[in-house]
Design a protein around this ligand. Structure first.
Ligand code: TPU
Length: 558
């Protein structure tokens, strides 16, 4: 039994559960794209450029567990690197496949187009090594199956992007056909002795404490066990908070939920709860400068149990050799009840009063109306900027999901990422909040939402500039050229599209636009929300001041 290198790859992508792959064509990958079409396990989705292609794959991988993208050599792959950095930082297994020069040109001294203008073609793989967990450069069809499998297995196990380079003359070369996929999907068995020791130490940690709180972090997306967390909370009987980047990772209508812990900009009561706890069980946290509000919200390590994707740290000891799934499942079966923290009731979120219909649209009213649109089947994608703070303050029904990119924080990510998420989860409602500044980086991907008839509702927050930057550090570089954002949709529709572009300047206009958006099921609806530049969430200002202070620390003098 034989197949081709391209069809082997294609079959494997289907076997690991992908229904789509993202692509931008170029002469080094055309045969590979033909092979993927011929094998047909996954549908080919085209992007306007490789950066968007990568962000779409990253968004798809968040919803689907993994994603794949095909680009051409150098001009494509180097553009994709920002998005692959995102997938690395955000723990999303994106498999990046790049077409590459003909095997006969390597080491031949031939000078090729789409290269740096010298004859060493290994530089792209060298660059990729730093932002992927596995880099496989294929030079023979015979070895290709093993190399493809190695990259896919590594990506799925490590929840990181992986890189596969396929020379253009090998994409249709014959190789062995794929066997069962189970070896790529199976999780390694836990080191039972280490897991047992970890659970015993966890027991010692918990028995010595009364006011224990669970704190859920954004790496839990990659763990694949967000759905198991309510059972752990029920078993322990304790209160639960989430980090800002993990908004929505614990059902907010669960009785144990106590809001978002984000230092001084936490939900009401959440800071006192976490900082007054005698034990914090942190599940998949990322404590970066943003999450700690400029290194101010740092937890006492003695009171902290840190559970990460591949092991735990507790009572000054590290335990590895098991996944967080294996640990949480075992802990849920035997954790002691620690209900002290649950006695502190959840404090109510401040409610936003409803504005009069003819009132000038405000950030608060916009957030209120978007919140009302979110049901248990909605995924809200929130771009870097004030959209983060608006998403974090919303009250979500159980089942609602939020996607944000708070570790990598690359503006423009959200437009293609929402497209990827919508393809991966077509039965959900997809809502996107994106600032005008961020939108200008990747706006053209809305044209692909038109092309693929994806009914994404886009709230384009036009506050006339880089408001998050204005609040952190102001200067002329924070003021951008205004666009006719709603008008763009007419251009993207051309003659055959079903996108809708609307503008809201009052509360009533926004409410009417949302109704039109709900009825527009054959394409995206972009609602340009016109706000004053000075109008933003209070938490953005508070947080921005502290993060700016951390950035502005003078160098240490020795
Ligand atoms: O809501 P708002 O006005 O804060 O959002 P908007 O309008 O999208 O502005 C975002 C401004 C911003 C910048 C320019 N946020 N972070 N940056 C720095 C930055 C620059 N380039 C990339 C790729 N990512 C960044 N985060």
């Amino acid at each position: 039994m034989t197949t081709t290198v391209g069809q082997y790859l294609s079959a494997r992508l289907g076997q690991i559960g992908l229904k789509h792959h993202f692509a931008v064509a170029g002469d080094f990958n055309l045969i590979l794209l033909d092979e993927l079409l011929a094998e047909g396990s996954t549908k080919q989705i085209y992007s306007c450029n490789e950066l968007n292609c990568g962000y779409s794959a990253e968004g798809y991988g968040r919803a689907n567990g993994a994603a794949a993208m095909i680009v051409t050599f150098s001009v494509g792959a180097l553009s994709a690197m920002n998005a692959i950095g995102s997938a690395y930082a955000e723990n999303v297994p994106v498999i990046l496949i790049s077409g590459a020069p003909n095997t006969n040109d390597h080491g031949s001294g031939h000078l090729l187009h789409h290269t740096l203008g010298n004859t060493n073609y290994g530089y792209q793989a060298e660059m990729m090594r730093h932002i992927t967990c596995a880099t496989e450069v294929i030079f023979s069809a015979e070895n290709a199956p093993h190399q493809i499998d190695n990259a896919i297995r590594a990506a799925l196990r490590e929840r990181k992007p992986a890189y596969i380079e396929i020379p253009c003359n090998l994409a249709n070369a014959a190789c062995a056909a794929p066997g069962p996929v189970s070896s790529l999907l199976s999780e390694p068995a836990a080191d039972q002795a280490s897991l047992e020791a970890a659970l015993e130490e966890t027991g010692r940690f918990l028995y010595a404490r009364d006011k224990v709180v669970l704190l859920v972090g954004s790496r839990m997306r990659a763990s694949g066990i967000i759905d198991l967390l309510p059972a752990l909370a029920d078993r322990m009987g304790c209160a639960v908070t989430v980090m800002a980047a993990a908004k929505g990772f614990f059902p907010e209508d669960h009785p144990a939920y106590r809001g978002v812990y984000w230092g001084e900009v936490s939900s009401p009561g959440a800071q006192d709860l976490i900082e007054g706890a005698d034990g914090v069980l942190c599940l998949g946290p990322i404590f970066n400068d943003y999450a700690t509000v400029g290194w101010r919200a740092t937890l006492n390590p003695e009171n902290t149990l840190l559970a990460d994707l591949q092991g735990i740290t507790v009572n000054g000891r590290v335990f590895e050799g098991f996944s967080i799934r294996q640990y949480v499942e075992a802990l849920t079966a035997r954790a002691p009840r620690r209900a002290g923290s649950a006695e502190t009731p959840r404090q109510p979120q401040p409610t936003i009063p409803t504005a009069a219909r003819d009132a000038r649209l405000t950030n608060d009213e916009m957030a209120r109306q978007i919140n009302a649109l979110i049901d248990s089947n909605t995924t809200l994608t929130a771009e870097t900027g004030d959209s983060w703070f608006n998403a974090v303050r919303m009250t979500l029904p159980g089942g609602a999901k939020v996607e944000s990119e708070m570790q990598w924080g690359s503006i423009g990510w959200s437009v293609p990422a929402a497209l990827g998420g919508a393809l991966a989860a077509p039965d959900r409602r997809h809502v996107l909040m994106v600032g005008d500044g961020s939108f200008q980086l990747t706006a053209q991907e809305v044209a692909q939402m038109v092309r693929y008839e994806l009914p994404i509702i886009i709230f384009l927050v036009n506050n006339h500039g880089y408001v998050i930057e204005i609040k952190i550090h102001d200067g002329p570089y924070n003021y951008i050229k205004n666009w006719d954002y709603a008008g763009l949709i007419t251009a993207f529709n051309a003659k055959d599209g079903h996108g809708l572009g609307l503008r809201a300047t009052t509360a009533g206009e926004l409410a009417g636009a949302i109704e039109q958006a709900k009825a527009n099921t054959n394409g995206p609806t972009l609602i340009e929300c016109d706000l004053d530049r000075s109008d933003c969430t209070e938490t953005l200002v508070k947080w921005g001041t502290k993060v700016a202070a951390a950035n502005g620390r003078p160098p240490k003098v020795n």
